[in-house]
Write a protein that binds this ligand. Sequence first.
Ligand SMILES: *Cc1c(COP(=O)(O)O)cnc(C)c1O
Length: 357
Amino acid sequence: MKKHNFYAGPSILPQYTIENTANALHDFAGMGLSLMEISHRSKQFVAVVDEATALFKELLNIPEGYSVIFLGGGASTQFCMVPYNLMKKKAAYLNTGEWSKKAIKEGKFFGEVDVVGSSDDKNFNYIPRGYTIPADADYFHITTNNTIFGTEIREDLNSPVPLVADMSSDIFSRPVDVSKYAIIYGGAQKNLAPAGVTFVIIKNDILGKVDRPIPTMLNYKTHIDKESMFNTPPVVPIFAALQTLKWLKQMGGLAEMEKINIHKAGLLYDEIDRNPLFKATVVAKEDRSLMNVCFVMNEAYADLEKEFVDFATKKGMIGIKGHRSVGGFRASLYNALPQESVEALIAVMQEFEKIKK
Ligand SMILES: *Cc1c(COP(=O)(O)O)cnc(C)c1O
């Protein structure tokens, strides 16, 4: 039976990425050696990093004056690297869920954290609006896509202070006006590559403003100066990321991806809104994530939750159980997930409705 991969992360990757990476694990760049056993300083691998950096810049239309680096440590290490490198006294944060909370916790190690808006009061089922960002904050930190709660900030916000965004789970899902951001970072394992590599896009002139000494590995400048080669970078995930970037280009780039993503998510949200058994946890349509669709059973059918997960899993729907802090179901519809998988899930929901209603 065909499996449909709705895992939230690590998650589905393009077949193109998986096949090319599998081949390179046997023979990388015609070297007769595995990608796992070659020097990261070989000219063949340096070419991979260079091409990945160039495609990052091309696909996201990154302006002059920005660097792209590939690091280890996951997005979670960025929660501390950002304040380490940018916070003098105070930073503003928007609290939109678990990942924001973790970023806020790390920020507090370095100075004053001003949480300017929060959707904590409603279990993070909306995006806060109408907050004020203090002009004396060193930066404003947001999580654009809230992987656990299924909300997303799909516009590039205007911020009076440097804007920092965790885009772990929606990078490359839409065009982004990078010029509005000082830093964009993310773990690769949601929409780009296997776990192990973290990308950081940095506006160079944002650095060098804090007085504290910064340990070498946690200093962005170290990695910018050495073009991600200060120490051994995650070789295999970077190679895989390059394949996904090539695939994105073949797909027509990010404007095309956005169209596809709007359409795919629209199909599923329409079914959730129509099907009397289910309801979406995020009510406001403009706040709904295109990447992680969260839904629950309607009250009258609440006791059928586990039965639906089992029913859907038996039919090949993998990874649709919701995160424990939301319950219900979560279908992650990352770039690589084909529309056919969304249609298969909708068919399963309709079949379940026929049995139960
Ligand atoms: C998964 C995720 C993280 C954590 O990433 P790691 O690479 O595991 O540290 C952070 N932020 C968001 C939005 C995520 O989805």
